[in-house]
Design a protein around this ligand. Structure first.
Ligand SMILES: Cc1ncc(COP(=O)(O)O)c(C=O)c1O
Length: 319
């Protein structure tokens, strides 16, 4: 069964450390006062490319055989995975192709190109863009980089958990957003390899709780997914990730998009941090008292990224 040890995460960290930031754990007096816990925010919104998503590809590319590197890599994403793969590939001198749907946001296309990737626009939804990526694997021999269900990728994402336990060794609980489950798979194994008693809590949108549904059913489920939050929008989680979640994640809570969006504004206003919806979900779970822990618990909250589509904020009242 797929399990990574503390040593695996330490090795991954050594591979990627020269290229990433060790992001800070910020105290939040307001969130601590409201919840009665001692809250610290893992500000991964300050990471290179604006999200944790560079960690996994950096680890994967460092381990890639030269011959595979020469042929290049491909992924399909219009979000943080695209930018993470693009910059990590550039750092490792690898050609990267990113497939996106034709209606992808121009800012995301520009950002991905800015990190040096070739962008191929195909179809109108992710599935069609993904078909194109698979075609490039067949025709050009590129290596496909999955957004969440890949052992080396999970090891890289988990280095975020290693930083948390290094900076706060007696942390009691860690709260992590879940999309396909790659981040929580890595983080849960990393923190529990340090102390198995650390409680790991996942957060999804209740408008598309693919992991919660799978956990409840005891088998991977494909759900109807209505969340509009980038990063949390997954119909079926990864198999590796589901197996890890079953063994290492204590609880999954879910709240509606609307409350996650409100939490995003709350973090901006109160903490002065720009976070995207996925990253605000754990804060939303705390504000809505979905997380029940003993008073005074030391809780790390993963603010996984800050790549917000600012168009979402237009229309809010000015002043
Ligand atoms: C900012 C952010 N947070 C959380 C997630 C969810 O991560 P995962 O799909 O590994 O569960 C994503 C995924 O794209 C993301 O971009």
């Amino acid at each position: 069964m797929f399990t990574l040890t503390l040593k695996d995460f330490e090795e991954a960290r050594a591979r990627i450390a020269p290229h990433i930031k060790h992001t800070p754990l910020l105290t939040s007096q307001q969130l601590s006062d409201i919840t009665g816990y001692d809250i610290r925010l893992k500000a991964e919104c300050f990471q290179k490319v604006g999200a944790y998503k560079i960690r996994g590809p950096l680890n994967k590319f460092a381990l890639m055989p030269e011959e595979q590197k020469r042929r290049g890599v491909v992924c399909s994403s219009a979000g943080n995975h695209a930018q993470g793969v693009a910059l990590a590939a550039r750092i490792h001198g690898i050609r990267a192709v990113v497939c996106m749907a034709e209606n992808a946001t121009p800012a995301k296309i520009a950002a991905t190109k800015g990190y040096g990737a070739e962008v191929v626009l195909h179809g109108t939804i992710w599935d069609e863009a993904n078909e194109k990526a698979k075609e490039l694997v067949r025709d050009q021999g590129l290596t496909y980089v999955h957004p969440f269900d890949d052992e080396q990728l999970i090891a890289g994402q988990g280095t975020l958990g290693l930083e948390i336990i290094q900076d706060w060794p007696d942390v009691d609980a860690v709260i992590v957003p879940i999309g396909g489950g790659g981040l929580i798979a890595g983080v849960s194994m990393a923190v529990k390899s340090h102390n198995p008693k650390i409680r790991v809590i996942g957060v999804e949108s209740s408008d598309g709780p693919a992991m919660q549904a799978s956990k409840a059913a005891g088998a991977l489920q494909t759900i109807e997914c209505n969340t509009i939050i980038d990063g949390l929008r997954v119909r079926r989680c990864g198999e590796l990730n589901f197996s890890v979640v079953q063994r290492f994640v204590d609880e999954i809570v879910a709240l509606p998009d609307k409350e996650i969006f409100e939490a995003m504004i709350w973090v901006m206003e109160r903490c002065k941090l720009v976070v995207e919806g996925a990253a605000a979900a754990p804060v939303g779970a705390l504000l809505h008292e979905l997380v029940k822990l003993p008073a005074g618990s030391k809780v790390a909250v993963v603010l996984s990224g800050g790549n917000l589509n600012l168009d979402q904020l237009r229309g809010l009242k000015w002043n």
